[in-house]
Ligand binder design. Structure first.
Ligand code: 3H9
Length: 739
């Protein structure tokens, strides 16, 4: 049926409710046939003399339209085809905009991408005040730009600066914010959404369908300032130059979509709406066939798939309900975990620390995050106080008798953690789950202290917990499937992307980070200036350079973990000579204000005295940035491949997500496994061999890379290599839990 998914309900007052409800789909998306469907339904409405006005809405319970169907977009292979798809979408939007009867969008739930573009083409918009209502053009997060007129209509609707901000970041705004921006005309409770939209539509019967432009209806000071900037060529140049400069500070030119958004908005402003649409369609086609978009789209599908993964091979295993969480250790990690448990997962927490001061510090930290929410108006004063009551403090195990999961986040001291396992088992229920937030100690060892090791697991959070999106869950050979599924579910409720990995020294994330940071230390030891190394990695796409990161993590922590890695994996994890001198000089990094960089004072940048401590001259400036980036990045990628081959990872998907969301691996490269697939295992292998010749066995390639370079397989795609089948013959390549 041509009109499948779009129905017309005629009301007595002359309003037609056009409802979109794609059968069998969780959300409405714009699929290939939407052009025909929309054209035919709108023709029917136009030709019906009884219909005076239209309300366009969704039949889905809690969403409007989530944009174009990303799977359909992924199937488009050429720039020309992409351009044609955009043009077809634009034509439908132009048809709605030029419709002879008023069309008002009634929005409840997400209106994203092509969904918001549809609403923008309508003559007015009413949104529900529900928390679920979110409006945005997130295409840039997929490496794309809005291709159905959004780059032209949004600036005309809310002004260039606000529109650029929304499109360049892909951020979603609430209905209230949308009203403030002028993106919607009214915000009402969901119960009266349709009625309000219908009234608005009827009130517009006989009026000119759409005002000419945003700039022509300027009222307030901000808008006049905006006009001054956008209407004259000099102002325009300032505005766009500034936007581009700011953008490049963040993207370093690695995200072509953002650059093209600026170009296309500018084109529309200077050469008019139709020229802007042409530029938009061309840019959409170009981006759709880019490797950056392919990688960013793969991340969208990977995160969507993870939401449905229970973390074990048997999909029928169910998570048990978690009604209360016990937290051991009220430091930054412990308090951060308590915050996401109460505020995001809505589960109460019992927070224990050694003494009252420790508990108070943890509670103050939580209050600090909550106050930040109040300041940003995400939470009212009353809500904040109620939320605070969800975490209760204790210095004993009182109140632990009915907790379902205990998460420990105390010092990295095995005997302390073992003692806690025993204490929790004495105080708690028989089936209480004990989760350790350790970043380096083997979970198998911690589980050794348990009477029922099947309930012991690792939950490795990243700092700061309320901001970092990844949770790495670590299972041992004994961890029960229901325990894994329960912790995965808890992590999802806390708002995290959750990957499950097998136990092994450094698990996945700490293990792949270590050799990259080590390689940066080798470069320092070779006399390459510190800023040059960090800058090369920022240009490659990491958000923080590896030397700066060493300061952030703590040089002492790095040294401690480094020793564990060295014992487990052998020489390839050995640090360069001289690094221990930093510890002797009491340089622990940012936390004590002494590291590779300067802290506290007015002067910023590298602490030049660090070279003297290390006994190196930073004169080796001729190493090309590209060489620095390849050396550091390949250490990361190669170690990730070893983790895959040894079965630490369950899939390449998890390895990519863990790297991107936990360690800042450049999203536009898709993660280490997408990266290898994209440039080819042969190429990666060749480069590793070259580096091995030059720098020694720390660059010896992971066995799985040799295998797939031979077999022609890939990590993703139609003929993927399986994890856990390429351990290699080197005794020291595998994790040794007794280290
Ligand atoms: C675009 O619009 C281009 C246009 O400018 C130009 C056109 C010419 N496509 O995430 P969830 C599916 S680009 C396909 O678990 P949540 C999703 O795969 C697009 N599928 O729910 C999953 O399917 P399944 C711009 C989509 O509540 C199901 O819906 N739009 C799409 O956690 C539930 O999703 C975006 O970038 C889609 N567009 O999150 C928005 N959207 O159950 C992308 C959803 O079969 N979407 N699905 O596995 C999202 O960000 C989140 O899905 C959303 C809901 C926030 C909407």
């Amino acid at each position: 049926m041509a009109n499948e998914g779009l129905s017309i309900e005629k009301r007595d007052d002359g309003v037609a409710i056009v409802r979109m409800d794609l059968p069998g789909e969780p959300m409405n998306t714009l699929k290939a046939d939407f052009v025909d469907t929309f054209t035919s339904v709108f023709a029917e409405v136009e030709n019906d003399p009884e219909i005076k006005a239209v309300v366009f809405t969704s039949g889905k319970k809690d969403s409007f339209i989530a944009g174009a169907d990303i799977a359909m977009l992924e199937g488009i292979s050429s720039a020309e085809e992409g351009e044609r798809a955009a043009k077809a979408g634009q034509e439908v939007m132009n048809r709605i905009e030029g419709f002879s009867k008023p069309v008002v969008a009634a929005i409840h739930g997400v209106a994203l991408g092509g969904g918001l573009e549809t609403a923008l083409a309508c003559h007015a918009r009413v949104a529900s005040d529900s928390k679920k209502t979110k409006l945005g053009l997130p295409e840039s997060q997929l490496g794309l730009l809005p291709g159905a007129g959004g780059t032209q209509r949004l600036p005309r609707q809310i002004g260039v600066q606000a529109a650029l901000d929304m499109m360049l970041t892909g951020k979603q705004v609430s209905a209230k914010k949308a009203l403030k921006l002028g993106l919607v005309d009214d915000v009402v409770p969901p119960s009266i959404l349709l009625e309000t939209a219908a009234e608005l539509a009827l009130s517009r019967v006989g009026h000119k369908p759409k005002s000419e432009s945003f700039i022509d209806q300027l009222k307030d000071k901000d808008a006049i300032a905006e006009a001054a900037l956008t209407k004259n060529p000099v102002g325009r140049k300032v505005l766009f130059d500034q936007a581009r400069k700011q953008l490049h500070k963040q993207t370093r030119g690695n995200y072509p979509a953002q650059d093209l958004i600026i170009d296309v908005v500018k084109a529309g402003l200077e050469d008019g709406f139709p020229a802007g649409l042409d530029a938009e369609a061309r840019a959409f086609g170009r981006l759709l066939s880019s490797p950056e978009a392919a990688n960013l789209i793969s991340i969208f599908f990977a995160t969507t798939a993870l939401k449905k993964d229970n973390g074990v091979d048997d999909p029928s295993v169910k998570a048990r309900e978690v009604k209360k969480v016990g937290m051991l250790g009220a430091g930054l990690m412990g308090a951060g975990i308590a915050y996401v448990t109460t505020a995001v997962a809505k589960i109460p927490v019992r927070l224990k620390d050694r003494d009252a001061d420790g508990v108070m510090a943890g509670l103050r930290y939580i209050r600090g995050i909550i106050d930040g929410q109040v300041k940003r108006k995400r939470l009212g004063e009353q809500g904040a106080n109620q939320l605070m009551l969800q975490t209760t403090g204790t210095t004993s195990y009182r109140g632990f008798q009915d907790v379902d999961v205990v998460i420990e986040a105390v010092f990295e001291d095995l005997s302390l953690k073992e003692q806690m396992v025993r204490d929790v088992e004495a105080a708690g229920r028989e089936d209480v789950i004990f989760a350790s937030n350790t970043s380096s100690l083997p979970i198998t060892k911690i589980a050794g202290a348990s009477k029922h090791p099947e309930t012991v697991i690792g939950m490795h959070y990243f700092s700061p917990v309320h901001k970092m999106p990844l949770l790495e869950i670590i299972v041992t050979d004994k961890t029960a499937d229901w325990v894994t599924a329960t912790c995965v579910e808890l992590g999802k409720k806390q708002g995290k992307h959750v990957i499950v990995v097998r136990d092994g020294v450094g698990f996945y994330t700490s293990r792949v980070l270590a050799p990259m940071m080590n390689e940066a230390a080798y470069l320092v030891a070779e006399g390459v200036p510190i800023e040059k190394i960090d800058n090369a990695m920022l240009n490659w796409g990491f958000p923080v350079g590896p030397i700066k990161l060493t300061d952030e993590v703590g040089i002492d922590v790095g040294a401690k973990v480094g020793k564990i890695m060295l014992a487990a994996f052998g020489e390839r994890m050995a640090p360069p000579d001289g690094m221990s001198k930093l510890i002797e000089d009491e340089r622990y990094g940012r936390k004590n204000g002494r590291g590779f960089y300067l802290y506290g004072g007015k002067k910023k940048g590298v602490d030049e005295s660090v070279y003297e401590v290390l006994g190196v001259e930073p004169t080796n400036k001729s190493v090309p940035d590209e060489d620095i980036a390849w050396r550091c990045a390949l250490q990361f990628v190669n170690e990730a491949c070893r983790c895959f081959g040894e079965g630490i990872l369950r899939s390449a998907r998890d390895g990519d997500i863990g790297a991107v969301f936990g360690l800042g691996f450049p999203p536009f490269r898709g993660g280490p496994f997408r990266f290898v697939d994209q440039i080819g295992a042969k190429e990666v292998l060749g480069r590793l061999r070259e580096l091995e010749k030059k720098h020694g066995p720390r660059f010896s390639p992971a066995p799985v890379l040799e295998e797939i370079a031979r077999s022609g397989q890939t990590f993703h795609g139609d003929n993927p290599v399986q994890p856990g089948q390429s351990r290699g013959s080197h005794a020291q390549s595998g994790p040794q839990l007794n280290a």
